[in-house]
Design a protein around this ligand. Structure first.
Ligand code: UT7
Length: 334
């Protein structure tokens, strides 16, 4: 693959977390589950839930404004908005359009990107390539999902796993060679779609009284099938990005994995040979927020803990519905 003449770097990060917390204890009163089962199988203690009726754009707008305010960039300066999600406000217009209008990004174009839990990293690498092309100077990348809108709170297999949140980053051309978003590996395998999908509401099976009665508008997941594939592929792709770039786990300052299950995160970290202290884990607080997990990890380590330094290597990895998966290698600039 030809090397780009310039790289993109992440200039800023922002997030939005709904106020309302839904704890494992709360879920014990709703379905036949226990805090012990949820925590030991997944690592989750609580998740945030958006007030019904607000929609994805409510969170995405707030994460985007937080990101822009942190670096003093005005919304009118943004050239493009890419929003990874599986829970848009509506089929159309895209949620990217609603965010553009909501923040006043009067010179931007943009689109939504559907890649399940890989939605943020696929959006990030797409934005990176808009910068690398030389045609864009400022690209806003958002991962935002309202999973509470598509989860059946009578199904213990799925309702304990997910939460709502949005994260956003701003990409700009990197002023210094050898820094910024250096490389990525991404894959899809549509044969895995049968294990994790929404059965109705699309063009193949439009919404009807019957689809509502059959609860076909909720997350359908065969947990163990997804788990097996996720453990293997997220671990592989996390190790491959290091091998490809002549690095080892010791060279990496922070690993920012998708937060679906602590056991999947640990398998990936082990394959990379990376110390647990470098793995960013916040699944306990936020659960699986689909496209928002990776930017929430970046926010924790960069804004809250202020642990990232210039020259640090960061690896992001994700696995999700599709199946989709990938990893991204960043050398931090600024
Ligand atoms: O982010 C997108 C990609 N998604 C993922 O990566 C998720 C991957 N999958 C997983 O993380 C795990 O498979 C789950 C956390 C979803 C489930 O954990 P598991 O260890 O694979 O459990 P299981 O599905 O094999 O279920 C084991 C038992 C079953 O009971 P029986 O059949 O053994 O009697 C379930 O009915 O646990 C039962 N169970 C529960 N029990 C209490 C399932 N959900 C619950 C629950 N509380 N919430």
């Amino acid at each position: 693959m030809k090397m780009p003449s310039r790289h993109a770097f992440i200039r800023s990060v922002g997030r939005y977390l709904p106020e309302r917390r839904l704890t494992n204890k709360d879920l014990e009163t709703m379905v036949n589950t226990t805090d012990e089962w949820i925590f030991s199988r997944t690592g989750i203690r609580e998740r945030r839930i958006l007030e019904p009726g607000l929609g994805n754009s409510y969170m995405a707008i707030r994460a985007a404004l937080d990101c822009l305010e942190r670096c003093g960039v005005a919304p009118e300066e943004v050239d493009a908005i890419i929003l990874g999600t599986v829970t848009p406000d509506m089929f159309y217009p895209s949620t990217a359009c609603l965010v553009q209008d909501g923040i006043g990004a009067t010179h931007a174009w943009g689109f939504d990107l559907s890649a399940g839990c890989s939605g943020f990293i696929f959006s990030l690498t797409t934005g990176v390539q808009l910068i690398e092309s030389g045609r864009h100077e400022k690209v806003l990348v958002i991962g935002s999902d309202v999973m509470s809108a598509i989860v059946d709170y009578e199904d213990r297999n799925t309702c304990v796993l997910f939460g709502d949140a949005a994260g956003a980053v701003l990409l700009e051309p990197c002023p210094e060679a050898g820094h910024g978003v250096l490389d990525f590996i991404q894959r899809i395998d549509g044969s895995g779609g049968k294990h994790l999908h929404m059965k109705a509401g699309g063009s193949r099976r439009p919404s009807s009284l019957e689809t509502v009665k059959n609860k076909e508008h909720y997350v359908y997941q065969e947990g163990q099938q997804v788990f097996k594939y996720a453990v293997k592929e997220m671990a592989n792709v996390s190790a491959q990005i290091l091998e490809k770039n002549g690095l080892t786990g010791d060279d990496v300052a922070f690993f920012l994995p998708h937060q679906a299950n602590l056991r999947i995160i640990e398998a990936s970290a082990n394959r990379m040979g990376i110390d647990r202290s470098k793995v960013v884990i916040n699944i306990e607080k936020y659960a699986n927020t689909t496209a928002a997990t990776v930017p929430l990890c970046l926010y924790d380590v960069l804004v809250e803990e202020k642990r990232v330094k210039k020259g640090d290597y960061l690896v992001m990895s994700a696995f999700g519905a599709g199946f989709t998966w990938g990893s991204v290698l960043i050398r931090w600039w600024e």
